[in-house]
Unconditional design. Structure first.
Length: 84
């Protein structure tokens, strides 16, 4: 995903297959599980309730831990992309 695609999604707003989460709150894992059990979806981490980009740590260590947590908690192998 590039910056232009991200801006388009922010304008579109949340839908059944698009959700925004500002941080790794409990709802983060519930949303991933819901997407996995339905038609899939896109979860944008680091976006607040007003569709503003807040950002998150994008270090390789954080991304590896995030991937491992999702695999361990949900047995799902996510596709994680970063936008700089």
């Amino acid at each position: 995903m590039n910056e232009r695609e991200l801006k388009r999604l922010l304008i579109l707003g949340e839908t059944e297959t698009l959700e925004f989460k500002e941080s790794l709150c409990e709802g983060f894992y519930k949303t991933i599980a819901a997407f996995a059990n339905t038609r899939g979806g896109i979860l944008l981490l680091g976006v607040d309730n007003e569709n503003k980009i807040k950002g998150v740590d994008s270090s390789s260590k954080f991304l590896e831990e995030l991937t491992n947590n999702i695999i361990n908690k949900l047995s799902i192998h996510p596709v994680i992309e970063t936008i700089n």
